[in-house]
Design a protein around this ligand. Structure first.
Ligand code: AMP
Length: 527
């Protein structure tokens, strides 16, 4: 079972099997028949890796070298007997460590031994491995499902374990050894933080969370995961980079104000200006990004720390406890000035008041969280909803699509454009079918048909004269529209017959809004 020949046979079997379920059981059976350490190697090679996921150099083997070896016939068996997957893996690690003078020749020697005595089938899969593309339809997700099957746990549990461990080899050996339960949050091993979805407004958030939720301010800063063991504190970003060195003031604050002996906490840091109000995201980033001279930087831009969740506390895992319970633990574990204020609200107007107070205090909006939810690392499970300030723009309708289902017979998906101030042309920024009543759709359909310039497969192109005010929650970069931007969650607020199409908002304004949002860095997960 532990030979590379078996590995290659299994790969071929996986390639021939078309159904996902079938692939999962082939893989589960194969890995389950190996020793935990071997299964760990096989799992990584199954997804096309020749080196561990972290902390290793790539092999850097050129195709020219591989071709030379294959055509020179220097693939005779150098070792008697069949090679194991571990032999192959160890050879790969050896190659990854070779560098400097004569590297190519030294790599050649090891590679010749790898290919030595290989059958055609083994050679085929060695080549695919070296190219990094197995093409047998096993990706990381399918592998996780196979590990779940073989460990007898749910796919969710395996994904959670994967999040906490961040190490596929260890996860595989635990799964094969029947010890997935061991895969839990560990001090000084950062994992991806829980994520939020967007809500249109507080009433949407309350609705989606069952009419009752915990509300806290939404800080526009840098997400931090704080690991503490006695006097030792390390802090990581949402991309798992350690930033302990660049924020010594936050570290000191955590040492002083977290009374629990051991803890893993989730929170946010943001810069504060001279007036004590939060600074824009970019300013916080400038401060946090500065590792040299961190002391000096902390004098210029002080950082506030706000902690809003706890994953591990005094040697006990608490991530699976409901949020209300985690919050009450948190309250006892950290000082009041680093605790994010959190209110349980069920009344829409109270929630709205809180939202406006947060905006007034200079925050980005609010976060609403389900009271009974566990902490789900790396996931947007719909338990956390962010509500930001709604923005309005005046845009013009340039085309419309015929609706389906309930909206059949109406022109209902409107193409929206802003004006490019440089040449006066119209540039598209998105589509929406939201915001109008049935009567509104009827009127709009009549109006747009009377403005028809051309018919298309999907609807009509119209004279661009209908100005509408749209609400949206975010400007995003978009490759789909010629403006280069898209309005997220756009919906029509009202038709602005009082406005002339020459008065609509411009692309330049959109660019400004995008930048003011902290453009780009955040969408791509920069904080
Ligand atoms: P966004 O970056 O717009 O997707 O919003 C989600 C981010 O808001 C999280 O990743 C946190 O960094 C941040 N955040 C700010 N305040 C809170 C809070 N009270 N609870 C959770 N996350 C928060």
């Amino acid at each position: 079972m532990n030979t590379f020949r078996d590995f290659a046979r299994t790969c071929a079997e996986l390639e021939a099997e078309k159904s996902r379920k079938g692939k999962i059981s082939i893989l589960a059976r194969y890995l389950g028949g190996l020793e935990p350490e071997e299964a760990a190697i096989a799992a990584l090679m199954m997804v096309g890796r020749t080196t561990p996921e972290r902390g290793s150099n790539p092999l850097s083997v050129g195709w020219a070298l591989v071709r030379e070896i294959l055509s020179s016939g220097a693939t005779q068996p150098l070792m008697p007997g069949l090679k194991t997957i571990r032999d192959i893996w160890d050879s790969f690690q050896k190659i990854s460590r070779i560098s400097g003078y004569g590297a190519r020749e030294r790599k050649r020697m090891v590679l010749e031994a790898v290919f030595g005595g290989s059958s055609e089938l083994e050679r085929e899969w060695l080549l695919r491995l070296l190219s990094g593309e197995m093409r047998h339809g096993v990706n990381r997700g399918l592998l996780l499902d196979a590990l779940a099957e073989l460990a007898g746990v749910t796919p969710e549990r395996i994904r959670l374990a994967d999040m906490f461990l961040g190490d596929l080899m260890r996860l595989t050996s635990l799964a094969v050894g029947g010890m997935v339960g061991e895969a839990s949050p560990k001090l000084f091993t950062p994992f991806r933080p829980m994520l939020a979805e967007m809500a249109v407004d507080v009433s949407d958030a309350l609705n989606r969370l069952g009419g009752r939720a915990f509300f806290s301010p939404k800080y526009d800063g840098v997400r931090v995961q704080i690991h503490k063991d006695g006097g030792l504190v390390r802090i990581y970003t949402r991309r798992l980079q350690e930033i302990t060195e660049s924020i010594p003031d936050v570290v000191a604050e955590a040492v002083e104000k977290v009374s629990a002996r051991t803890a893993i906490l989730d929170g946010e840091v943001y810069g504060v200006g001279e007036d004590g109000r939060p600074l824009p995201f970019q300013e916080t980033m400038r401060r946090v990004g500065r590792e040299h001279d961190a002391q000096k930087a902390s004098a210029i831009i002080p950082l506030n720390l706000k902690v809003f969740d706890v994953i591990y506390l005094d040697d006990v895992e608490v991530w699976h406890k409901p949020l209300w319970e985690r919050l009450s633990l948190l309250e006892r574990a950290v000082g009041p000035d680093i605790l994010a204020p959190t209110l349980m609200l069920s009344d829409i107007s109270e929630a709205e008041r809180f939202f406006h107070r947060c905006l007034g205090d200079g925050f980005e909006g609010v976060m609403a969280k389900a009271a009974n939810s566990p902490y789900t690392p790396g996931r947007r499970g719909g338990y956390w909803l962010k509500v930001k300030k709604v923005e309005y723009l005046d845009v013009v309708i340039v085309a419309a699509e015929w609706g389906h289902g309930r909206r059949r017979g109406w022109l209902s998906n409107y193409h929206l454009a802003v004006r490019d101030g440089r040449d006066g042309s119209l540039k598209m920024v998105g589509k929406t079918f939201k915001g109008l009543t049935d009567e509104g759709f009827r009127q709009m359909t009549r109006r747009l048909l009377s403005l028809k310039k051309a018919e298309t497969e999907w609807g009509v192109v119209v004279e661009p004269v209908t100005v509408v005010e749209v609400a949206y929650s975010e400007v995003q970069r978009s490759p789909f529209y010629d403006s280069g931007y898209a309005l997220r969650f756009a919906r029509i607020r009202r038709v602005r017959d009082d406005k002339d199409p020459s008065e609509i908002d411009t692309l330049e304004k959109l660019e400004r809004l995008y930048k003011a949002q902290g453009g780009g860095g955040r969408d791509s997960g920069g904080n």
